[in-house]
Ligand binder design. Structure first.
Ligand code: COI
Length: 370
């Protein structure tokens, strides 16, 4: 792997893997033994390192802590019954990360560096990849400004870190539908803002309304547009799809919505099956009317962490509107099975979405050492 001819590797003395209860995984409760780290200083990315996973030094006045200059990604690796380790569509994450970096004045990570960092880590910690269906190895790359300064301006130093964690699906039950609250007051993103970028600030904006919704019993907020609170945007942890009788509809990407990798996968799979799919403005009234009339047959979210998640009810204007079934409909189920099947190597990967990691290749061979 020539990308990292100077990779420095410091391995753990003793793996923590045996202490992990793989039957009771959460989402990001436990992390693998190692992390990847790359520092940007003096106008360039410095020597890459793999370190034991753990705390990093950060100055209290680091710009990212004060002004939110941080972007991240989320992708997954799987081990199939065939023992092959596959990462799902890392090219999409690498590309989106470059776009997020641009929006937040962060020097971009080249896709080749992105893949190499992930592949080296997975080779070292592949024993952590869960073997239970529904579980996976979640990969979380993050870049944040580290420069100690209080002027509001882009940092001059950054750190790129990749951490990995064995996880269950974000919403534990893949059949039972979750309930959403359509948010009429607060806004996730506004035109001209950062909605399309995967940046910490977008998630910070969602915390308070999310907590209010949770207190009322709703798992997530269904964001409406920032100008009129009329058009459906996304769910924060996932994009949203509506299956009407004759067509599947999802909000179009116009800058305020995260361009999800699973969203793109769903659209591609539907088009491949000649199912009509529309990316357009979706009025919340159209959704509520469709739920009332039965014209709207299924609602589901799509995201890396959430996979494909059925939605069983939406609260809007103080009223709770229910789908007829509180479980995954046939299309939701089929998409879930197809996507997870491709990820596990059980369904033909006709779009070339998975990237195989040769976990038997020696990591040390690529390392320059100290
Ligand atoms: C993902 O699906 O990977 C996400 O980043 C969503 C959420 C868990 C933050």
């Amino acid at each position: 792997m020539s990308v990292f001819s100077d990779l420095r590797i410091q391995t753990v003395k003793q793996s923590r893997r045996d202490q992990v209860d793989f039957d009771n995984l959460g989402f990001g409760d436990v992390f693998c033994d190692h992390m990847f780290s790359l520092v940007f200083e003096d106008g360039r990315w410095q020597r890459p390192e793999i370190l034991p996973f753990g705390p990093l030094p950060l100055h209290p006045s680091a710009l990212s802590l004060h002004y939110g200059q941080a972007v991240f990604e989320g992708l997954k690796a799987f081990r199939g019954k065939d023992e092959v380790v596959r990462i799902f569509r890392p090219d999409m994450n690498a590309k989106r990360l470059v776009g997020s970096c641009k929006r937040l004045c962060i020097p971009p990570i080249e896709p080749e560096v992105f893949y190499a960092a992930i592949e080296h880590l997975i080779r070292l910690d592949h024993a952590w990849i869960p073997r239970t269906r529904g579980q996976s190895l979640y990969i979380r790359p993050i870049i944040f400004g580290t420069e100690s300064h209080l002027e509001v301006r882009p940092a001059r130093t950054f750190r790129f870190v990749v951490m990995t964690a064995p996880v269950r699906k974000y919403f534990q039950d893949d059949v039972k539908a979750i309930e959403l609250k359509a948010e009429e007051k607060y806004t996730r993103a506004a035109p001209g803002g950062m909605g399309y970028a995967k940046t910490a600030g977008n998630y910070a904006a969602s915390l308070y309304p999310g907590e209010l919704g949770r207190k009322e019993g709703y798992a997530q907020v269904l964001w409406l547009d920032g100008a009129e609170h009329r058009y459906v945007e996304e769910v924060g942890a996932m994009n949203i799809f509506f299956k009407f009788k004759n067509t599947v509809v999802t909000p179009e990407l116009h800058g305020t919505i995260l361009p999800g990798v699973t969203r793109d996968s769903v659209i591609t799979l539907l088009k491949d099956q000649a199912m009509p799919v529309e990316e357009r403005l979706v009025d919340i009234d159209e959704v509520i009317d469709g739920m009332r009339s039965g014209e709207l047959e299924e609602i589901f979210g799509a995201g890396t962490a959430a996979v494909i998640c059925p939605v069983g009810a939406i609260a809007y204007k103080g009223q709770r509107h229910e789908m007829s079934k509180n479980s995954a409909g046939p299309l939701t189920r089929k998409l879930y099975d197809t996507i997870t099947g491709i990820q596990l190597g059980e369904v033909e990967d006709k779009f070339g979405w998975t990237r195989v990691v040769d976990v038997d290749a020696a990591v040390s061979a690529a390392a320059a050492g100290d």
